[in-house]
Structure formats: C-alpha cells, structure tokens
Design a protein around this ligand. Structure first.
Ligand SMILES: Nc1ncnc2c1ncn2[C@@H]1O[C@H](COP(=O)(O)OP(=O)(O)O)[C@@H](O)[C@H]1O
Ligand SMILES: [Mg+2]
Length: 425
C-alpha cells in the first residue's frame, strides 16, 4: 500500500513515537492523531476525540478517510474501539475486545498460558480474603498480588509483608496471587496478524521511580534496546515457547489475537517465565525501539491489520543502540505537580539522533508545561549504548524543567557490562 492515511489514537509518549515512525514511512501520505499532545499537535493534524469512544473514533476515521487506525493504549482496546473501527470498514491495528482480555484480565491470561503450555509463575485466582490468605501461604514470600483487571500500572504489589499483601488484595477485589520470580526482566514486542508473528528487538525498561530500583513502581522511567547481555537464542525461544502457542490457543478459542502482543518476561535461574501479556506497544520501550527499525512501520502495521503479514519479511534494524530517559513531574508516582514550565532546545525537533517525545505536556499560552506524571522522554540513538546514554543525558542537562526529575542510571549497568549473563533459557 502507498499513500496511506493513518490515524493514531492516544495521547502519550508511545503515541508520539508511533506517529513519528509511521510518518517516516515513505508509503504514508498523512498522519493524524487523536487526541495527541503538544508534541504531536506541532507536527500533525489532531482531533479532540475521546480515545475510548469507539463510535467517535470510527466516525473520525471515516471523516478523514483513514486507511488504517492504530490504537495505542490498552483502555480503548479493552473497550472495543478496534472492533468499532473495523465495523466501519476501516483496517485497524489493535486486537478485538475479546482478544485484548490477554491484558484486560490477569486471570484470563493465566488460563491461556496454562492451556498453551507457556512457562509462567505458579498462581492462584482469589475472590475472597480467605482464598488470598491461603494462596499467600501456599506460594510463600516474597508475595506477589495482582489486581485481575486493568489498573494503569498500579495493580501489582510485590512485598515481604504479609499484611501489606492482604491489604492490597482487599483493595483490589479479584486478584491473582503469584509465585515470586527473580532475574532480569525483558520486554519482547511481537507484531501479528493472528497467524504470522514478527518480533521486534527486545528491550528493558525501568519500573521503579528511583536510581538503583529504589521506591515504588511507575509506568516506566526509561528503557534501552538492544540488550547486549541477552542470551543468544532468546527471541527464537520466546517465539517458540510463548508466542506461537499463545496465538494458536487464541485462534483455537475463536478469538484470534491480531495486533501487538507484548510479552513481559523474567529470565529466572530456572528458565524464562512470562510475567504478563499486554495487548499494545509498551511505554516507554516503544520510544527506544522504533527509531532503530528500518522496515517502514506503516506498511507493517497495515499488513498486520489486514491479515497479510506473510508478505512482509523479517523486520530489519539499524545496527545501533537507543535509550530513552523519562522526565517526570515532582512527586510522581504520587500526585504529580502540574504546571511547571519546560524550556530548552529541541522541544519539537526530531531530525537529530536525539529527540524529545512528549507525554504529559500541555501548553500554557506558548509555554510548554508539565501536565501529567511522566512528562516527556529524551530519546537518543548511537553506535553503542554508552553513546546513546551520554547523548540522552547531555540533552536532559540542557533542559530547563525545574519541577522535573529523572533517573540517572537508565541503561548504566548494561552499558558498563555489569548485568550478569543469563545461563538458562
Ligand atoms: N511473579 C512476579 N515475581 C516478581 N516480580 C513480579 C512478578 N509479577 C510482577 N512482578 C513485578 O511487578 C511488575 C508489574 O507486574 P505486571 O504483571 O507486569 O503488571 P502491570 O504491568 O499490569 O502492573 C513487573 O514488571 C515486575 O517487576
Ligand atoms: Mg507490566
């Protein structure tokens, strides 16, 4: 396909990164974003539409003559926005509401993994405090308690404190209690039309708010790709033991999964285990991964959305590294401080090997201000991880964002060769 008009749905850093990569595809004639953020408003036509309103998104897609709609966040997918767009006769990259249950319900994902024979943590689904207490004792400390439904990154507690685990479960309703997994985490994204699946490069993200993984979990404070320490054969093993059986099981159930399957893995001393599935591109890993993709992204997503991914060969990649460091607003992940001004070079320039991806930014007149927890991300590519890191941090140092903060150690251990090799897959 050439001359594609593509509508990207969502307003975060992931959607800004998707729009940048799709716009760079020579086969894409126009990009629109709904609702977007100041970074996307600067570059493409934007539309003030509620991303979770399927009828409104489908109407907008029809009005602008979109050939392809790309749904970024999980809430619209679980709400059936991709179904509404397809019902309007427009190709949509994003799973059906039923298939998005792989992310929308932790217990549904566990059922699919069990049926597909996918390696994952032992777990129990619990509906009552008594069931939770019994599961905590059976699976032991450290305790892992997960809210069953979507929780915007706030549904999981990992703790040695049994009372804290019980209290979290009580606040969540239905939960999944899991065995604790050790070892480094890896994010592997797979683009699929339900049958054919193309892996992207693995990435690692940083979930805790502070350096050295101190403090509470966040939506993600940074990421890098590729992983110099990853064992050879990692991607092939995940495709073989996780992705293929999962896609087959979804098809067998009559709810094939087409879109982006995000496999969160722990590489434990006893082999790899799936931590979770997501039904969409991860944020902020996407911002690091897409700048290294050579294959035109619009074509790939269109092929996935139209069941023709077999016509697209394996994805090709630039032989470089990429890092994103997220700048968050003071007090994140609590209630972030809004309104702090952001000035500096390259707030809207994207031609360089360093660029800023907007997330929780807003405009106050002409001034860019913070309006969310994760405010923006600085993305840098370079010949090595060290080069990319250095350039990202140099760009952050040029930023005047007094109410912002960021981790100083994104990709530091990997760049210094300090992540111990993983021995068993
Ligand atoms: N079984 C587990 N053992 C150890 N840590 C876990 C386990 N499950 C989740 N975690 C930690 O909690 C984070 C969030 O859990 P996850 O299942 O990815 O839920 P969500 O992303 O929906 O919040 C993971 O990235 C991981 O760091
Ligand atoms: Mg997760």
């Amino acid at each position: 396909m050439t001359d594609l008009t593509v509508l990207v749905v969502g307003s975060g850093g992931r959607e800004h990164a998707l729009a940048l990569a799709i716009a760079a595809d020579p086969g894409v004639a126009a990009v629109h974003v709904a609702p977007g953020n100041p970074g996307t408003w600067h570059a493409w036509p934007s539309h003030a539409v509620d991303p979770t309103d399927g009828d409104a998104v489908a109407a907008l897609a029809t009005e602008i003559g979109a050939d392809l709609v790309v749904v970024g966040p999980e809430a619209p997918l679980v709400a059936g926005v991709a179904d509404a767009v397809r019902a309007a006769g427009i190709a949509c990259f994003g799973p059906t509401a039923q298939a998005a249950q792989l992310e929308g319900s932790k217990q549904f994902a566990k059922d699919v993994m069990a049926a597909a024979g996918v390696p994952t943590a032992a777990s129990r689904f619990c509906r009552t405090p008594g069931e939770v207490a019994a599961a905590l004792d059976a699976l032991g400390a450290p305790y892992v308690v997960k809210q069953d439904g979507l929780a915007a990154g706030k549904g999981v507690v990992v703790t040695n404190d049994r009372d804290e685990a019980l209290a979290h479960a009580a606040a969540c309703g239905d939960v999944v209690v899991e065995e604790y997994l050790d070892g480094p985490e890896v994010s592997l994204f797979v683009i699929t039309d339900g049958t054919v699946a193309l892996p992207l490069q693995p990435a690692q993200d940083f979930k805790r708010v502070g350096d050295d993984d101190a403090g509470p979990n966040t939506g993600g404070m940074g990421a890098y790709t590729p992983l110099p320490w990853a064992p050879e054969g990692l991607v092939a093993a995940v495709m073989d033991r996780v992705v293929t059986p999962t896609l087959e099981e979804m098809t067998r159930r009559g709810t094939p999964f087409a879109g982006l399957l995000y496999v969160g893995l722990a590489l434990t001393s006893r082999g790899m285990r799936v931590v979770e599935y997501n039904a969409r591109f991860g944020d902020p890993e996407t911002q690091a991964i897409l700048p290294l993709l050579e294959t035109p992204l619009g074509q790939v997503l269109y092929a996935a959305a139209t069941g023709t991914l077999a016509d697209v060969g394996p994805l090709s990649w630039r032989d470089e590294s990429a890092v994103i460091v997220v700048a968050a607003a003071e007090n994140y992940p609590g209630t972030p401080r809004a309104g702090g001004s952001i000035t500096g070079p390259r707030l809207y320039e994207t031609a360089d090997n360093v660029h800023i991806v907007h997330a929780g930014t807003a405009l106050d007149g002409d001034t860019l201000v913070a309006a969310g927890g994760r405010v923006l991300g600085v993305v840098a590519t370079g010949p090595t991880l060290t080069d990319a890191r250095d350039d990202a941090y140099a760009a952050l140092a040029e930023l005047d964002f007094p109410t912002g903060f960021w981790r100083t150690d994104i990709a530091a251990k990997a760049a210094a060769g300090l992540i111990p090799p993983v021995t068993s897959l």
